[in-house]
Design a protein around this ligand. Structure first.
Ligand code: GLN
Length: 342
């Protein structure tokens, strides 16, 4: 596996901030700086395996930060529209946890990282047909099939309404992206059939793939991602609309899985360097959540080999450092006793 590499933040002081987001002026300055520092990066490639995604403008780059108090900040192309893709997996998982409960979903879908790419068939085979987690395609398709509904059409409507509640406004389907992926997603169909062969699909596998493909084609922008993430940071209440979307317990479950598997096989490195639960998608979006504080939404279409936005990762790394968002960082309360073991 290729390492995540230098994130360009090693020289940036690590601010530790255990309460809320820093003050408004500080966040504004820092988000502008995150954009300015990373916009020059032009390595990585725009995804092409879904033909419609190949047309994305690689120059686009937007960042949005939304606090649990509803305050929001944006820089660059934060209102550029793109299909949500894999980021939908985290939020559909939340809807399923909310309706089916912690244990049922944990048993059926799992919570461990596969260590393999998001569309790996081998990951399913190596684990006796278990999908492993809801952030890889196999687990996400199985999760979508678990949304309680009388039909595939109703399942899709529940998902669309649920993700819209996370975003705080009705999300629309990008029909071109949907048709483009539906015509080329034989691999996802194969994954669903493979799960079926192991008795791990609750619904018709091809119908589940179709609903999954639709959920991936919902249109968002970086600001929407930040609001959706901030809803998870806010214990399930959308900080803009004040609607309760899911419970606090569900947010905790979703954030834990985002931490372990949200950045695919790079999740360990991501957590080590950035210290935030996050989810990325192949159209170039990333949402990173600071529990209790807020969330960052970033969009830039050039991806590294794992399928994560190159600029987005580095911008979030910078924000995590400078806004004091890393969940694992804490200041000591002061000590008068010298280290006893050296
Ligand atoms: N719809 C895409 C797929 O199933 C989502 C993948 C992704 O964003 N990583 O391949």
């Amino acid at each position: 596996m290729e390492p995540l590499g230098d994130l360009g933040v090693d020289e940036v002081a690590q601010l530790v901030h255990t309460g809320a987001m820093p003050e408004r002026d500080d966040v504004t300055g820092v988000i502008d700086e995150a954009h300015a520092r990373t916009i020059g990066l032009d390595d990585g490639e725009v995804a092409t395996y879904i033909p419609e995604l190949a047309d994305a403008d690689p120059r686009l780059f937007g960042i949005s930060v939304v606090g649990t108090d509803g305050d929001h900040y944006a820089v660059g192309d934060a209102d550029a529209a793109f299909s949500i893709q894999s980021i939908s997996k985290a939020f559909v998982y939340a809807l399923v946890c909310e309706t089916r409960g912690h244990y049922a979903v944990r048993e059926a879908v799992g919570v461990n990282n596969t260590g393999l790419p998001f569309n790996s068939v081998m990951a399913v085979e190596l684990n006796d047909g278990h999908p492993m987690n809801p952030m890889v395609n196999a687990g996400a398709i199985a999760t979508t099939a678990m949304v309680p509904a009388g039909s595939a059409t109703e399942r899709w409507e529940i998902i669309r309404r649920g993700l819209s509640a996370f975003a705080g406004h009705p999300l629309e389907l990008d029909a071109s992206v949907y048709h483009s992926e539906a015509a080329t997603n034989q691999r996802n169909q194969a994954l669903a059939r493979l799960l079926e062969s192991y008795g791990r699909m609750e619904e018709d596998p091809l119908e589940a793939v179709d609903v999954y493909t639709r959920q991936c084609s919902l249109v968002v922008d970086a600001h929407d991602l930040a609001v959706m993430g901030a809803t998870l940071a806010d214990g399930g209440v959308n900080p803009v609309t004040r609607e309760r979307v899911v419970s606090e317990q569900v947010c905790r479950d979703v954030l834990a899985i985002m931490a372990s598997a949200g950045m695919y096989e790079r999740s360990g490195e991501w957590l080590f360097e950035i210290g935030l639960p996050a989810k990325s998608g192949v159209s170039g979006g990333i949402v990173a959540v600071a529990p209790g504080k807020g969330a960052v939404g970033a969009y830039s279409p050039r991806l590294d080999r794992a399928g994560n936005s190159v600029r987005g990762q580095r911008a979030v790394a910078y924000l995590s450092r400078t806004l004091g968002l890393n969940m694992f960082a804490a200041h000591d309360v002061g000590s008068t006793v010298k280290r006893s073991w050296t």
